[in-house]
Design a binder for this molecule. Structure first.
Ligand code: GAL
Length: 643
């Protein structure tokens, strides 16, 4: 695994560049990511391309021995472009224009902007495509950041109507598929269809789902356009994009098909503070991040490419500026996060950013260096980690143990029609992931069309739309299977299947869901160590009740190798049901202390201590240590050879 850093030569006077480059190399960095926001410097006026400074920066970094990941600057279209094409900006759901003055203001559907984005991409690719310094290209930056996938602009509406016509053929087919007879919502032509915002109460969920699919497809084709140009002009270089955390607005599996490597931006502390973790977890892990945040995304994004290639393109090096609370990491966490990425098979961890910029929006965001170039706490940790990575050498292949199936349209369905508070396919996946990892298991998060052979256990936390191919692969799969609530509950067009949920999964599970209910806090059915809360499905059929609450309510059903979880995967219930399935699958399960996580890679096992107290590893777990030992300080990492 290599280490790199995000660098913005345009922020600093030229005389600093070579000193910076030298210092990067001496500290153990071999990659540098540049350029992704530099459009106004590359093209200060329409058509006037200013390459001198970038040529110089590329040469300086290259001469120091750094490989460059060059970004296309399309996340930050300059003012002159917005002024020339005012309708290129996205519109929010209230119909307000998203103005110039920050970033990501463009609308994915604006054809004029697409032409401009391809033009600047081509110019960069022609200029640097065969430069020996360039090892990879990053397309744009964080598609969708700042709520920028869905745009309710005229351009989006025009694109959506074409997309609908292509998908449904006739308006009668669309009306029938969506059930538009309900509330007299029928259309006479595609031209009559509006976007699903600004309705009085909720729009038809089928309308929303179609718009979400369309908007996702726009991201896919926007990215593909750039990827094709970069490949044509820069053969042999990887094309990568930096995905985000807990972000589901577009289908990442689909975008990943056009990338060589999947990248993501890892900000464990910002994510902990910004997403719905309990207050207790937010406090307990304020300086570490919840122990599953980084790993969940490592495993999710590794699963986006069948070849498993993935990078961390931005790694939090200190406090960030964008969460509600932005604490500094516990000493050791920058090292822990880096080694954890290594354990999950990352080829690169690149820190965001080299030096804190004393101006503009991210003044409070740490870098490896302070604004005065003195080292920030993350710098020393990075240096130490670079040496340790060298000592550890390459890590072996990840084991095939548990496959956890996640699809982006699952999250769209549960967002569009939640039917209760805090019911989301993404968070159901996270809850199952956490339960599995607390048992010390290694998890691959895979799309529904992934090959399942070799896994002992397949977990499908919540998958409303089940593709036929998945039913076929489950049928052929020899391992244990756990299928969670709402799976198979909707057709492609958001209808309840004729045979009732779990729809096509009835081919492997002899049961039907006859009623679902969401449960307010306090309305729970208690079992031995767990309870049914939030969501319950009433089931008929010939499967056997396995986990039954004391009042007789069934939480989970079993038939052959298949289990159906008819309640929300609350932590204790998920642990009970997944634990039973893991045991039946022959997996060795641990009861890890709070904050400890394990990860096997080849012949080695890594342990990470996210707790604020020291933890000890039991000796039947460990082997010959190659890093650390049986006791892990807070933020500690140990690695041993598996016997
Ligand atoms: C990312 C973004 C970076 C920077 C960073 C700050 O979302 O890609 O450009 O803004 O956040 O944490």
């Amino acid at each position: 695994m290599r280490l790199g850093v995000c660098y913005y030569p345009e922020h600093w006077p030229e005389h600093m560049w070579s000193v910076d480059a030298q210092r990067m190399v001496e500290a153990g960095l071999t990659r540098v990511r540049i350029g992704e926001f530099a459009w106004s410097r590359i093209e200060p006026d329409p058509g006037r391309l200013e390459w001198d400074w970038l040529d110089q920066a590329v040469d300086v970094l290259h001469s120091a021995g750094l490989g460059i990941i060059l970004g296309t600057p399309t996340a930050t279209p300059p003012k002159w472009l917005v002024d020339a094409m005012p309708d290129m900006v996205a519109m929010d759901k209230h119909g307000h224009k998203r103005g110039f003055g920050s970033r990501r203001h463009y609308c994915f559907s604006h054809s004029g902007y697409r032409v401009e984005a391809l033009r600047i991409t081509t110019a960069l690719a022609e200029r640097y495509g065969s430069h020996p310094a360039i090892v990879a290209w990053q397309t744009d930056n964080e598609y969708g950041c700042h709520d920028s996938v869905l745009s309710f602009s005229d351009a989006a509406r025009a694109g959506f109507l074409c997309w609908l016509e292509e998908r449904y053929g006739t308006i009668a087919a669309l009306n029938a598929a969506w059930g538009n007879v309900f509330w007299s919502m029928e259309y006479r032509s595609f031209e009559e269809v509006d976007l699903p915002n600004l309705t009085v109460t909720e729009a038809n969920p089928a309308h929303w789902l179609a718009f979400r699919r369309f908007s996702s497809d726009q991201v896919v084709s926007f990215n593909r356009g750039q990827a094709e140009i970069l490949r044509a002009h820069s053969p042999g270089r990887d094309v990568v994009h930096n995905f985000m955390g807990f972000f589901t607005e577009f289908d990442h599996h689909a975008v990943a098909r056009d990338l060589d490597v999947v990248g993501w931006d890892s900000y464990p502390l910002g994510f902990l503070d910004s997403f719905p973790f309990s207050e207790a977890d937010k406090l307990a892990y304020a300086r570490q991040g919840h122990p599953d945040i980084a790993a969940f995304h490592h495993d999710l994004y590794r699963g986006c490419k069948p070849n498993g290639r993935w990078w961390v393109l931005e790694q939090q090096p200190g406090p960030v500026n964008w969460a509600r609370n932005n604490p500094a990491p516990l000493p050791g966490m920058v090292r822990l996060w880096t080694l954890e990425a290594m354990a999950h098979g990352a080829e690169l961890v690149s820190y965001f950013r080299w030096r804190q910029f004393p101006k503009a929006q991210e003044q409070h965001h740490a870098g490896l260096l302070r604004p005065d170039s003195s080292p920030a706490p993350g710098f020393g940790e990075m240096q130490q980690t670079a040496l340790e990575i060298d000592t550890l050498g390459s890590v072996g292949a990840p084991p095939r143990s548990v496959a956890l199936v996640f699809a982006y349209d699952a999250e769209w369905v549960t967002q569009i029609q939640p039917q209760g508070d805090r019911l989301s396919a993404l968070w159901a996946a996270f809850a199952c992931y956490t339960a599995l990892r607390r048992m010390g298991l290694d998890v691959d998060i895979v799309p529904p069309d992934a090959a399942l052979d070799g896994y002992a256990l397949c977990v499908i936390p919540c998958l409303p739309i089940v593709p036929d191919a998945l039913v076929a692969s489950l049928d052929a799969f020899a391992g244990q299977v756990v299928i969670g609530p709402r799976s198979g509950s909707r057709s492609l067009d958001f209808a309840i299947p004729e045979e009732l949920p779990p729809g096509p999964l009835q081919a492997v599970l002899p049961l039907r869901v006859t009623e679902v209910e969401s449960l307010r806090p306090g309305l729970a059915h208690s079992g031995l160590t767990w309870s049914i809360a939030r969501w319950l499905e009433h089931v008929e059929g010939t499967a056997s009740a396995e986990f039954v609450a004391s009042d007789g309510t069934v939480a989970s059903w079993k038939h052959d190798r298949f289990r159906y979880l008819a309640a929300w995967p609350e932590p204790e219930l998920a642990a009970a049901v997944l634990g039973a399935a893991a045991r039946d699958a022959g997996l060795k399960i641990q009861n890890l202390p709070e904050g400890l996580r394990l990860r096997r890679a080849g012949e080695r096992c890594f342990a990470f201590n996210y707790a604020s107290n020291s933890l000890s590893l039991s000796c039947d777990l460990t082997g010959k240590f190659v890093l650390g030992g049986a006791t892990l300080a807070p933020g500690g990492v140990s690695v041993w050879e598996i016997d």
